[in-house]
Every structure is written in C-alpha cells, then in structure tokens.
Ligand binder design. Structure first.
Ligand code: 6PG
Length: 481
C-alpha cells in the first residue's frame, strides 16, 4: 500500500498484534467495525488478515502513516504493546501523526501513574489519552472482556459505544463503563488484579487444607470445587480450579497439580496494588499476603534450608466432609474481606486523585469478561445500590449476615491450619482484619505511647482534644504536644 494512499475507512485501529491485540481487532471486526491493523513486524499484520479476514473488515497498514491515514476522524488508536517503555515508544511514534481531538487508547497493564503522565502530556497537544484496563486474557479479548477505560468524558463519548459493543455482556449490560478521568481506568484494573491475587491465594489455601488436612486426592477436591461453583462461590476462578485439579498429567499419569513447580510468578500488577495501598494508607492485607505468598514460594533456597525446622506431627482430620463445609464458609468470609479491602482502595484512590469512581459500577462491569467474574459481584453491586456511601462492604446486610454465619467455621479453619502447620496467610489475615475492625480498643494505644517514649512523637487522648507528650526522661508530667 502506498504511503498516505489509504482512504479513511476504519472506525478504529489496533497497533500491536500479539495475541491480545490480534483478538481485540478480531472482536471489533466481528462486531462489524472496520478496523485498521498495524504491527511493527508487518508479517503479523499480513497473517492476521490472511487467517481471519473473513471475520470482518480489516484495513492492513504497513507504516504508522498508512495506519493513521486509514482512520476516520476523530482517530481512535488502540495500543496493545507491553507496558512501560514500549508503550512510550509507540506513543512517541504515533502522536506526531495525530491531530487535536484524536485519541490514543492504551490497552496494556500500564501503571496508573504512567497513564496520568501520558494523559497530561498528550492533553497539552490536544490529543486524548485513554488508559484502559482490559481483563479476561486472550479469550476475553476475543469473545468479550471487561473493559475499564479512563480518560476524558469527550473521549469516552467517541469510544464508549465501540468498547461497550465488544465487551462482555451480563443481563444485556456491557461490562464496560467510563471509570473516570486520566489514570482511573488503569488504577481500577490494577486493583482488579490485586483482588485476583487475593482470590487465587484464598482458593489455593482452601485446596491446600483439603489436600493436607483431610488427605483428599486432587480429583476429589476438584469435585468439591465443582460443588462450590454451583453456589455462592460461583466464579471463573473456582470453575478453572476444578478443571485444573481434575486434570491428569499425560506424561506421568499423576495429578497435574502435583507436577507443577510450586513457585508462583507475578508480572507485577498485584505488587503495584500493595505499593499503592501503602501510599494511600489502605490496609489491603489480603492482597499483600497473596503477593508475599507468591514471593515466599519462589525463595527455594530459604525453603530448602527451613524444611527441617520443627513443626506439628502430620495428622489427618477424620471428618473431611464437615471440614470442607467449614472451609467453604471460611473461603467466602475471607473473600468478602479481600474484596472489601480492594473496594476500599478504589474509594481511597478515587478520593486522592479526584476521580469520582463509582464502586457499584466497577462491580457491575466485573460481573463478566474479567478474571474475577462471579455471581459474587452482583452482591457487591447490590450493596452499593442499597448504600452508595457504604464505608466498608463488611457492614452490608448480606455480607454481615454471611460473616456472622461463618464465624465458628472461619475460626475453626484458621485454628486447624495453625495446629496442623498448614500455611493459611490469606484466611488468617482476613480474620485478623475483621477482628481488628470489630475491636473496641486496639494495641495501637500502646504503640503511640511507645513512640512518644522513645521519639517524643506525641499522642492524642480519648478524653481530651489535642496532642500531648509525656516527659518520660523527667518527672513524667504530661505537656501539650
Ligand atoms: C486479566 C489478568 C491479566 C494478568 C495476567 C498475569 O485481568 O486479564 O489479570 O491482566 O496480567 O493474568 O498476571 P500475573 O502475572 O500478575 O499473575
């Protein structure tokens, strides 16, 4: 194709045709949207059109200039490349070719602070930058992801109908909405991933307890998860867990889960969630324990050195079925806590950056398409519908009742894990967070006194306003701080 010869035939364009980008372009084409496609390696562009050209209208472009020329105004460019420097490089390549009113959509897992930086820089050139979380992996990109676009309201007016058209649908509602300005979309996607880590950790602990406290074989645990997936724990993650646990390794005939190296990796979004929560002062202990559990699993040398440390003698629980029921309750209660923490972080980020994110809307677009999709999200949406100013999901009537019903089982599971020496950091931290919120008094009072003793950092009193300091090195009288 000659440079600049392309007519402006495409409604939207996708550059970066690795699997996610390619599937997103196919999804757009399948929905009748003429889509321009470009990839630095042009063979990928050619193979996409050759293999899937029958699915809709693709406008292949070999150069950035041809790609831009193929787009109707306002131009909508979707960038699907690795987060970080590669994204900056693509922006630097395309921005000079664009005109005010055009928009660049970043569909990668970018850090929201990078998105805020990029959005501001491009806004100064009249170009919209739309950091967009896209969840659901390769299958989701093709068949309907959950889409979390940030950016300006004006850009959403031009992009929203297209994105909502290709998003997953639940009860006819698209799993896509305008999350909020600048980095809000990537922030919410980051928290989605943090919640995903916590959810996966809790599921892992439930499996580990059934395997090692009850001695159930993987195939039987698969059936337990299948049963749970028919109830309130129904979710994509529970569903795939049953599939994985039922799978037999072809090479050895052993349960597949037993031949996988038990060292979890992480691309980084869960870590970002915790780092950001620390800066915001939001205790996302469930997500943090999940991130640290992955890190701990990877320290093979430390684990090998610690293997011989003393612990309880191995023992098996007799009543596996009853314990499995307890684990289901502990899992649901701990999941409520982890999601409550994640939504607290969304509310804190929204307040910090002035985004006005609607937590109920986030629950709504997470009901389908994304990795944490679940019936459970409907409950969260209902909680915020009932009280948009809810300070914590824990106090929503449904969740408070479920937490009350789970008390004995939850505490029994955490105690059993400790007694048998089975690590359950997710279950344990969820219970500790729950109890710390309920506590009439916390040992933080002692912490404040200690800080004043060694650092004169002052403290406040329960019976008077103001800050105070005690002259610990002198006559221990109290003076205003
Ligand atoms: C999604 C996923 C995706 C995530 C990968 C790997 O929402 O589709 O969360 O964004 O990056 O699944 O994640 P980790 O390597 O961090 O586990």
């Amino acid at each position: 194709m000659e440079r600049g010869s392309a007519m402006a035939q495409a409604r939207i364009g996708v550059t970066g045709l690795a699997v996610m980008g390619r599937n997103l372009a196919r999804n757009l084409a399948r929905h009748g949207h003429p889509v321009a496609v470009h990839n630095r390696t042009t063979s990928r562009t050619k193979s996409l059109v050759e293999e899937f050209g029958h699915e809709g209208t693709f406008v292949p472009a070999e150069t950035p200039e041809d790609f831009v020329a193929a787009l109707e105004r306002p131009r909508r460019l979707v960038v699907m490349v690795k987060a970080g420097a590669p994204t900056d490089a693509v922006i630097d390549e395309f921005a000079p070719l664009l005109e005010p009113g055009d928009m660049i959509v970043d569909g990668g897992n970018a850090h929201f602070l990078d998105t805020r930086r990029r959005e501001q820089a491009l806004r100064e050139r009249g170009i919209h930058f739309v950091g967009t979380g896209i969840s659901g992996g390769e299958e989701g990109a093709l068949h309907g992801p959950s889409i979390m676009p940030g950016g300006s309201a004006e850009s959403y007016a031009a992009l929203g109908p297209l994105l909502e058209d290709i998003a997953a649908k639940v009860d006819g509602t698209p799993c896509c909405t305008h999350v909020g300005p600048d980095g809000a979309g990537h922030f919410v996607k980051m928290v989605h991933n943090g919640i995903e880590y916590a959810d996966m950790q809790l599921i892992g602990e439930a499996y580990d307890l059934l395997r090692h406290a009850c001695g159930l074989p993987a195939a039987e645990i698969a059936e337990v998860f299948r049963t749970w997936n028919d109830g309130r724990l129904e979710s994509y993650l529970i569903e795939i867990t049953a599939e994985v646990l039922a799978h037999t390794d072809a090479a050895t005939g052993r349960p597949f889960v037993d031949v996988v190296l038990d060292q979890a990796e992480q691309k980084g979004t869960g870590r970002w969630t915790v780092q950001t929560a620390l800066d915001l002062g939001v205790p996302v202990s469930g997500i943090a324990e999940a991130v640290f559990a992955r890190s701990a699993s990877g320290h093979a040398q430390v684990r090998a050195a610690a293997r011989g440390l003393p612990g309880p003698a191995p023992s098996r629980l007799e009543e596996a079925a009853a314990f499995a029921d307890d684990v289901e309750k502990a899992l649901y209660a701990s999941k409520i806590v982890a999601y409550a923490q994640g939504f607290h972080q969304i509310q804190a980020g929204s307040a910090e950056y002035g985004w006005d994110v609607d937590p109920g809307a986030m629950a709504t677009i997470w009901r389908g398409g994304c990795i944490i999709r679940a019936r459970f999200l409907d409950r969260i949406r209902a909680a915020y519908d009932a009280d948009p100013a809810l300070t914590t999901l824990l106090t929503d009537d449904h969740f408070a009742e479920a937490l009350g019903d789970a008390q004995d089982a939850w505490r029994k599971v955490v105690a059993t894990a400790a007694r048998l020496g089975i690590p359950a950091p997710g279950f344990s931290t969820a219970l500790a967070y729950y109890d710390s919120l309920r506590a009439e008094r916390l040992p933080a009072a002692l912490t404040q006194a200690q800080r004043d003793f060694f650092g004169a950092h002052t403290y406040r009193r329960v019976d008077r306003d103001g800050s105070f300091h005690t002259l610990w090195g002198g006559d221990r009288t109290e003076i205003p701080g």
